[in-house]
Design a protein around this ligand. Structure first.
Ligand code: WTA
Length: 635
């Protein structure tokens, strides 16, 4: 029996038991047999959740790009590593072999070096889904620079916050990007951002849309001429197991975005191992994850996990509905995709368009379907299963987080019997717990509680960049000796988990995590606004959408309200990005508050959902009369 490749349910249980009985021995074997090390570890695992401090494979030396690229050169040099599928179907796809990827990464790494980037420096990558994005990520890893990819839909302001938070020296961007029928001017967003980033001395610019852009002297450089001149020889920087590999920002319920820091060896081992098993990847399968590399899903399951397994991974630049809603299925047929991994919000959007788009395409290559990012509702699950998978491709509903680095609760394709809306069983080595409000662990089945993890796994984030205390407070303080996920879950009679959603003030809109506090802070900056509260409400396609209750300083005239709504959403677009725009805005006379002044979001949530039948006891509120007026105002 190979522990590396699980093939049936019984084997899953055996390997799972082994992995929790003796985690060090288990992970040592996986690490030793399937990866390339420059030096072996002295110690597999040391940990203390009270600090919190976790170290995996301490003392080991490696470079993750040797594992993702170099070691495949002899056996898979000509195999396609990355298929780049452009936004427009009229542009030809690009097949990048492992050999070419090696060359591209080495050249890019030399460009970074030639521009003063050294091991440990932070490099911000703000690029569309073009090959340069994957290559620049790997080039950073090649020389030990810490990449911080910022999704290219964030505004200049949000970009600047992220650049400054981890003090990036360089920004890599492009002249622009194609997104469906639109082109976006990324470079001017970077220009606006970098104006407020004194630490940035170089901006490298890839050419994608051939637009006229402004190049700032002594700061901006076109990437291609530098690549053309660079050497194809770049020895990998030998890294410690616990050296940071990357920073990736995620929203919290309060405060600035959190720069989650992932380290090298544990992240590599876990993402590779999960990729192989969850999707049952076998050569020469073609795997496609539709996420953007700007999110953790793209880091772990477009770049690192697949490449570490010598897989062929598809990178798609475009969107599901351009030029038509057939685009995804066209790509599946064209590249004979075997594993397809997407988000519930995309599934719902596609389902709404009906099955005619699917019927035009041969989807018989599909073997495994995946979903990630938010709970998948039963209807969407069945639509996916019936029409895309034709009931023969298992759906892996994978629950995990930016913080966890890799998939945590999930079926293993062809092993775990699936159940709609259930993420099912913990992955190998993962020890989930459900906790009640009083801090007691809920044992047994049919229980519903706050989802925690009680034992370290290799790819967990090690800290929040520059703020270890916040890391501790956010994840390790709610329950003693447990990592708290922020999600609620229930466990059924066979031990399957169903994720019920966030239990904090993070709202997931179209699979994107949005903290309410930063949006409220932005709204409150508007001179006409006295205060605001954001809640989520169910949305047919997006899963959740944002509902804003806003009290104005001067309640004003009805006729100005529409303008104000526009202004407020524009402010949010400028400060955060269009993904955080409010779907609905209701101007209120006040917000319901407890006697200690805390906004009662529970009540606001119910009103937004249109369920006012059971608002609970409102008599203890400081201002119970406001509730009636809000219900009235919503009508
Ligand atoms: C939610 C994405 C239900 C959850 C990889 C989590 C899910 C947050 C699922 C993390 C799923 C992710 N079922 N909920 N299969 N996958 N979530 O950091 O609330 O962007 O805490 O990582 O998404 O989102 P993040």
């Amino acid at each position: 029996m190979s522990n590396y490749h699980i093939k049936h349910l019984e084997e899953y249980y055996q390997v799972y038991r082994k992995s929790v009985r003796n985690p060090s021995a288990f992970w040592e074997e996986i690490a030793e047999e399937h990866f390339m090390w420059r030096r072996k570890w002295d110690n597999v695992l040391s940990w203390d959740f009270s600090k919190p401090e976790v170290k995996w494979f301490e003392g080991a030396k490696l470079n993750i790009t040797e594992n993702c690229i170099d070691r495949h050169l002899f056996t898979r040099g000509d195999k396609t590593a990355i298929i780049f599928e452009p936004n427009s179907p009229d542009e030809e796809a690009l097949h990048i072999s492992y050999k070419e990827l090696h060359e591209r990464v080495c050249k890019f790494a030399n460009v970074l070096k030639n521009n003063g980037i050294k091991k440990g420096d932070r490099v911000c990558i703000y690029l569309p889904m073009i090959p340069e994005l994957a290559v620049s990520v790997l080039a950073c890893a090649r020389i030990g620079a810490i990449h911080s990819v910022v999704f290219a839909g964030f505004s200049a302001n949000a970009l600047a916050t992220r650049i400054n938070d981890c003090d990036c020296k360089m920004v890599i961007t492009s002249d622009g990007s194609y997104r469906g029928a639109k082109t976006l001017d990324l470079k001017s967003i970077v220009d606006d951002a970098v104006e407020n980033c004194p630490g940035v001395d170089t901006v490298l610019v890839a050419k994608r849309i051939n637009s006229e852009i402004n190049m700032v002297q002594d700061r901006d450089q076109w990437l291609q001429p530098l690549l053309d001149e660079a050497s194809t020889d770049c020895q990998p920087e030998i890294m410690d197991a616990e050296d940071p590999l990357f920073i990736l920002y995620t929203s919290g319920s309060t405060g600035t975005p959190k720069g989650m820091v992932h380290s090298t060896a544990g992240y590599m081992v876990y993402t590779a191992y999960t990729f192989k098993n969850v999707f049952q990847y076998r050569e020469p399968d073609v795997y496609w994850c539709t996420a953007d590399i700007g999110w953790i899903t793209g880091h772990s399951y477009i770049v690192y996990g697949p490449l570490c397994n010598g897989a062929t991974t598809v990178m798609f630049e475009g969107v599901p509905n351009y030029p038509t809603f057939s685009r995804f299925w066209e790509i599946v047929e064209k590249h004979k995709v075997n594993q397809f991994y997407t988000a519930p919000t995309a599934i719902r959007a596609l389902a709404k368009e009906g099955v005619s788009h699917l019927e035009k395409h041969d989807l018989s290559s599909l073997k495994v379907l995946g979903t990630v990012g938010e709970p998948i509702n039963e209807e969407a699950w069945h639509w996916y299963d019936d029409n895309v998978g034709k009931k023969k491709s298992p759906i892996v509903d994978t629950w995990w987080q930016t913080e966890t680095g890799g998939i945590m609760i999930t079926p293993i394709a062809f092993c775990t019997p699936t159940k709609p809306t259930y993420a099912t069983l913990p992955f190998i080595g993962v020890q989930p717990t459900l906790m009640d409000a009083d801090g007691n662990e809920l044992t047994g089945s049919q229980v519903n509680g706050n989802l925690c993890i009680k034992f370290p796994w290799p790819s967990m984030a090690r800290t929040i960049w520059g703020n270890h205390q916040r890391y501790k407070d956010t994840y390790f303080s709610a329950y003693e000796n447990q990592y708290f996920t922020g999600d609620g879950a229930l466990r059924d009679e066979v031990g399957y988990y169903r994720i019920t959603g966030r239990v904090d003030d993070v709202i997931i809109v179209s699979g994107h995590n949005l903290g309410t506090a930063p949006i409220e802070d932005t709204i409150n900056e508007h001179p006409a606004v006295a205060e605001s509260a954001i809640v989520g409400f169910p949305h047919e396609i997006k899963g959740n959408a944002l509902y804003g209750y806003i009290t104005l300083k001067d309640s004003g005239e009805g006729r100005i309200h529409d303008n104000l709504r526009k202004e407020i959403n524009q402010l949010i677009t400028d400060q955060i990005g269009p993904i955080a725009k409010l779907e609905k805005i209701q101007f209120t006379q006040g917000l319901p508050k407890t006697r200690s002044g805390k906004i009662m979001r529970r009540i606001l949530r119910k009103i937004a959902e249109g369920d006012t039948s059971n608002l609970g006891d409102t008599s203890t509120l400081l201002n119970p009369e406001v509730v009636e007026s809000i219900i009235e105002g919503k009508k």
